[in-house]
Write a protein that binds this ligand. Structure first.
Ligand SMILES: NC(=O)c1ccc[n+]([C@@H]2O[C@H](COP(=O)([O-])OP(=O)(O)OC[C@H]3O[C@@H](n4cnc5c(N)ncnc54)[C@H](OP(=O)(O)O)[C@@H]3O)[C@@H](O)[C@H]2O)c1
Length: 321
């Protein structure tokens, strides 16, 4: 099969489009013919500095397509089923092998491309807001990096859950403008405004009840300083690629909390399995939307990664084998 691979970490230029052996089907897994790869923030981060657990390495968490092989112990899926899948690596390819537990059936009426985006983005955003952020109706939510894949999902989920205000940050006004259609109340351009000051101005000095932070580094400090009394930060990523040096000194007096969130640690639980299937259904019903910014052929994976890192994408970029 063809795949986008790399032999060493680095910028988008390390990606090559090459012939590699087809993946083997595990007895508890399936192999799919990939129709759409959703490039995750974790994929660009792993390409930059993650371990190369295969050689050459095929990066990538998420892809959707048709089941072409089913492991001997799998009873829940059959050849021909359309599924969206998540795995630790291997999405940037014509074929991918995944555990059957992380392959969710795509309902009729939902496109394979849209489904490719759902599990990690919506699954993660949902856990950040509700499981770990304990968000309730009427609360103020801030989504750092609102134009990211996780961000677009979090804005919609917070708005749907009845947040009194959904705030989000991004690197330009144009990016923030596009988020209004997804439930954003106020956008904060962090290149032109101080985030903490803006949050306090917009919330009448109260601060935010729940903050989803997938950027980390100095951004995490601004999240901590933007918290309301009893506010909660869900720290879920390091898109900013800067060291996590934060001062948590202000948290005790305000009874505030900071939780780390890692979907991968809970993706095999019945709770998350069911949650992701429910979120897929919500998109199929039109209650939630997938925002696809642009598509590239798989052979142009390097260009696609470069485009994402140019910070122009709002929502997801797809690769099509
Ligand atoms: N823990 C988990 O379970 C989990 C699950 C999913 C994702 N994640 C992590 O969450 C982070 C975001 O994932 P995603 O898929 O939402 O990412 P994404 O769609 O690629 O977006 C990342 C966003 O981060 C912002 N950003 C800030 N500093 C950046 C920098 N130095 N380089 C690139 N982007 C930067 C950019 O928005 P602006 O230009 O507007 O600032 C960009 O849109 C990643 O670190 C990922 O690994 C973790």
């Amino acid at each position: 099969m063809k795949a986008a691979v790399y032999y060493k970490n680095g910028g988008p230029e390390v990606l090559r489009y090459e012939d590699v052996p087809d993946p083997q089907c595990h007895p508890k897994g399936v192999v799919i013919r990939v129709e759409a790869v959703s490039i995750e923030g974790g994929d660009t981060l792993n390409r930059f500095r993650g371990p190369l657990v295969t050689h050459p390495h095929i990066v990538g968490y998420q892809a959707a397509g048709e089941v072409v092989e089913v492991g001997a112990e799998v009873t829940t899926l059959k050849v021909g089923d359309r599924v969206c899948t998540t795995g630790a690596f291997g999405s940037h390819a014509e074929l991918r092998a995944v555990p059957a537990r992380t392959a969710w059936k795509i309902p009729d009426g939902l496109s394979t491309k849209e489904a490719a985006v759902i599990p990690v983005t919506f699954g993660t955003a949902d856990d950040c807001l509700f499981e770990f952020g304990r968000m309730k109706k009427g609360e103020v939510v801030l989504v750092q990096a609102g134009a990211s894949g996780v961000g677009v999902a979090a804005i919609q989920l917070a708005a749907r859950a009845g947040a009194s205000m959904v705030l989000a940050t991004a690197s330009s006004d144009e990016r923030l403008e596009k988020l209004k259609a997804y439930g954003l109340t106020h956008g904060i351009n962090y290149r032109t405004h101080d985030v903490v000051q803006e949050v306090m101005r917009l919330t009448d000095k109260k601060g935010c009840d729940v903050i989803v932070d997938s950027v980390g580094g100095p951004t995490l400090q601004s999240s901590i300083l933007s918290l309301a009394y009893r506010g909660r930060v869900s720290m879920v990523g390091q898109a900013g690629r800067e060291p996590m040096t934060v001062d948590v000194g202000s948290m005790m007096g305000g009874n505030r909390s900071l939780s780390g969130v890692f979907l991968g640690a809970e993706i095999n639980t019945d709770r998350v399995q069911a949650n992701i299937q429910r979120l897929i259904g919500d998109v199929a019903k039109g209650e939630l939307k997938v925002l696809i910014d642009r598509e590239f052929p798989l052979s142009q994976a390097a260009e696609a990664h470069r485009y994402i890192e140019s910070r122009q994408a709002v929502g997801r970029v797809l690769l099509i084998p």
